[in-house]
Design a protein around this ligand. Structure first.
Ligand SMILES: [Zn+2]
Ligand SMILES: [Zn+2]
Length: 214
């Protein structure tokens, strides 16, 4: 199997988990044997997140999308942001907060789960406000049962073989939609591909905003 970061292989990853006998679970109840918890930190692109969310819904997988309220890349209060949250819920996904430390305001748009953006080791496991749960703490986090595609680098290799073999008792799988939605063999290439597409989208937004582009 060719472990490229694209949606075809993302589907294969989901299929591998299904073949390995895993069930897709959520943050909330403590993970039990055979659970895979799909987590997406949305750092850069709501568009990419929505593509991933639609794909997952097609194969009847529900995930938790951690969205930022303090992103420099997207605005959750824009019409696009409001529509994204509504669509995620409509597709059966969970929506939670991807927070910029130390701000994690309680916000009714989100389930009470928080992941810190670019966490330093000192605060990775710090609990947010009362009533909120940091998903990088026990029982949802254990380095042995956690895999992440951060910066397009699995570190321990793509987990599809281990998933198919049922090798993890349970797994928190963190993936970033941007990495899978845009082509590129490295994070740098993928980001440049994203920016190319983003440029077209920005031009359209300028037109919609009655900017004269002649
Ligand atoms: Zn793979
Ligand atoms: Zn992040």
């Amino acid at each position: 199997m060719n472990c490229v970061f694209d949606f075809a292989h993302y589907r294969e990853l989901i299929e591998a988990a299904q073949e390995g006998g895993y069930r897709f679970a959520h943050f909330g109840d403590a993970p039990v044997n055979g659970s895979v918890i799909m987590r997406h930190d949305v750092d850069l692109s709501l568009d990419a997140a929505m593509l991933m969310a639609e794909l997952e819904a097609e194969v009847e997988v529900s995930a938790t999308y951690f969205l930022m309220t303090e992103s420099v890349f997207y605005n959750l209060d824009s019409s696009e942001g409001v529509a994204a949250v509504a669509r995620l819920r409509e597709l059966g996904h969970r929506v939670a907060l991807h927070a910029v430390y130390p701000n994690a305001p309680v916000d009714e748009r989100f389930d009470p789960f928080v992941s810190w953006h670019n966490p330093e080791p000192e605060f990775m496991g710090t609990p947010p406000a009362e009533g909120q749960i940091n998903v990088m703490r026990e029982p949802w986090f254990d380095p042995a049962t956690y895999r992440s595609d951060s910066n397009q680098d699995w570190r321990h290799g793509c987990p599809h073989d281990e998933l198919r073999a049922g090798a993890f008792p349970w797994l928190q799988l963190l993936t970033h939609a941007e990495i899978w939605a845009y082509p590129g063999e490295t994070m740098g290439q993928t980001m440049r591909a994203m920016l190319k597409i983003e440029r077209g989208r920005r031009l359209e937004q300028l037109r919609d905003d009655r900017i004269d582009l002649s």
